[in-house]
Design a binder for this molecule. Sequence first.
Ligand code: F0G
Length: 464
Amino acid sequence: MPLSATSGRSSDRQTPAGSKPRFVFRCIGCGQTASSASQDYRCANCGNLLEITDPSWKSANAASLKSLWRERRSSNDALDLSGVWRFRELLPLPQAAPGVVTLREGNTPLYELPLSSRITGISHLYAKHQGMNPTGSFKDTGMTVAATFARESGSRWVACASTGNTSASMAAYAARGGMRSLVLVPEGKISWSKLSQALDYGALACQLRTDFDGCLRLLQELVKEAPVYQLNSINPFRLEGQKTLAFELMDQLDWQPPDHIIVPGGNLGNSSAIGKGLLEMQNLGVIPRLPKLSVIQAEGANALVRTLRETNGKHLISVQAETRATAIRIGNPVSWEKAAKVIQATNGACEQVSEIAIAQAKAEIGAEGIGCEPASAVTLAGLKKLVQQGFVRKDESVVLVLTGNLLKDPDFTMEFHRGDLFRDHRDSAALQSLRHPPVILDATIKAVIQTLEQAEKSDRKPNA
Ligand code: F0G
């Protein structure tokens, strides 16, 4: 497979700086720095993960950054319209042409959650909805940066292993950047909605007879043998883009950090990235203090929970992952050490939640008129647990990071409402009141009116 430079699309060719790259790769274990990295993105010295840093970031002035970033909100420049590149002073920058690959990612809404506030007793409760990104998940914020550097490297093929969202996002950004994309997904274990996105964006999609962890292992071997550019979150450019969630969130909160940020944990790149963004802002004085960053996993995919509880974060306990929140059906998370560090640095927590708690929380977020995919709903389920434990106090402010759009997993949603999700389990009253199964009727006014009257009656029932 020959490697050749890609042309890209001229409309997206914007170059932020045009200067020489100043960033370096730094090992999170031994601290060794290097100006380049191999395709497995591991330290040549000790084999640990790499992160990106730039000595010039340290000299940025907090007040000027805040006003510059705010000012750019009213600009129509393509880079300023991206909710990632708007924060480019703290990002690795490509050299001259062909510039960045962008779909105007980021710029996601911060919603109040009045119903969930009532349920949890937390009056200052918000959702940062990353599912409102161009391909429907937070992956786009990382992909714009990583795809930019993939194109700059002259790669013809980009590749990832995925539980669905990464592949959809990667395929979209590859298409925008004039590259081909190779997707490895676990057969039968990802939502059609996500796979169909990747197909439409032109990916070569391989459904492998294994789980996500098996797909990722295979990819790690593949990148050593084939000229493909790896776009999993082990690629630190991804995390640089994803860290901008923290910048955008603080801008939306007028630089007043909430007490808590709660994020789902799968491969643990996103929590690591958000933590990195928070720490960088605090070091620069952009924010006066750190929110506590907590990571929530599904009980059936709880590698980090077990690692922190049983080894005090010393070594990873892998698990055989099983959960209907397929986005986080991951048993051997690559970025566990990065995530453990940011949880510790911010004094956050790590919790696990049951399948029923996830389904209930997802329906509750739906009832807010917002909705999210199952993996995102672990945040609300986790918050309930953290409130019960007294880790989150009712007078504290909390931001839930909703990572994926409701439309990402229609099968889960339909099964929940039809009552088919937990066949062996009798619905609790709480679940029952959240279920809205569709009704099939004769096409008559009478039938519809009768159904309407019944619905009205049950709405009026006390405690309904
Ligand atoms: N939420 C959603 C909707 C996701 O798609 C993922 C990960 C996560 C949470 C967990 O984020 O891995 O950074 O801890 N999805 C990946 C994928 C693995 O392939 O789409 P993480």
